[in-house]
Design a protein around this ligand. Sequence first.
Ligand SMILES: Nc1ncnc2c1ncn2[C@@H]1O[C@H](COP(=O)(O)OP(=O)(O)OP(=O)(O)O)[C@@H](O)[C@H]1O
Ligand SMILES: [Mg+2]
Length: 276
Amino acid sequence: MSADTPLMKEPDANSDANPAADGSELIRFDKVTKRFGDNVVLDGLDFSVASGKHVTLIGPSGSGKTTILRLLMTLAKPDEGTIKVNGDYLTHEEKNGKLVPAGEKHIREVRKNIGMVFQQFNLFPNMKVLRNITEAPVTVLGMSKDAAEERARELLELVGLTEHVDKYPSQLSGGQQQRVAIARALAMRPQVLLLDEVTSALDPELVAGVLDVLRDIARTTDITMLCVTHEMNFARDISDQVLMFDSGRVLESGPPEKIFGDPEHERTREFLGAVL
Ligand SMILES: Nc1ncnc2c1ncn2[C@@H]1O[C@H](COP(=O)(O)OP(=O)(O)OP(=O)(O)O)[C@@H](O)[C@H]1O
Ligand SMILES: [Mg+2]
């Protein structure tokens, strides 16, 4: 990993920024069950995301969408089943041919491939924009300060915030803060970017700017995206695949034209009728 690794798509799509952007399987959930007490939130869930694809999760409130992203960030643990990222078990590791719960070090290594942007931006309030973006690459990845700053400036250009580099988060609008949060996630060069309703806490007039930035990222970078959103036009634009969730299961999945235009299930039609 070097500072001059290209951010943008190169003629050779297998750039260092995303060595597996070749359609191979980047995320796999295998019979994942997650319970909170008696509430079975995910029930033997199987699904996978191919490298470089943009996959959107839709479905009613409480259907388990955020739980899936939290499992990937290891903010929660599955009760049963396994999750693989780039072929490596996330919460397990193989020892002497047996699958055992993973240690912290293993989890940290695998999780390095994953970046997440939340509904609430959670920027470091005491750090200026530039430092918000360089902090983790320097302290976690061991990047030099100069290289991290160069990269941060590239990312600020990508999210359209070049002139705000010296401001504190409190001096920015919600939409601008969310764009910093996106740049901060990308600074760690994750292979997959998880986005959980990243515009739902924003004033309506700020939503379009953030969605435009995400559209740009989807169009110009190799990064894999797993996205929970209620913005159905956005989902239609960027998604290679849409998964409709209901009660912790994938009710149906397919390209956006199919799910939005001609869904199989009445439940999907009902849900889309309510949100579109
Ligand atoms: N930490 C927790 N403790 C107990 N129950 C939880 C916890 N986190 C989630 N749940 C429950 O798990 C279910 C799924 O929640 P989740 O947040 O994944 O839904 P969601 O699909 O993201 O919904 P929304 O569209 O409202 O964000 C809900 O019934 C929720 O109450
Ligand atoms: Mg949610």
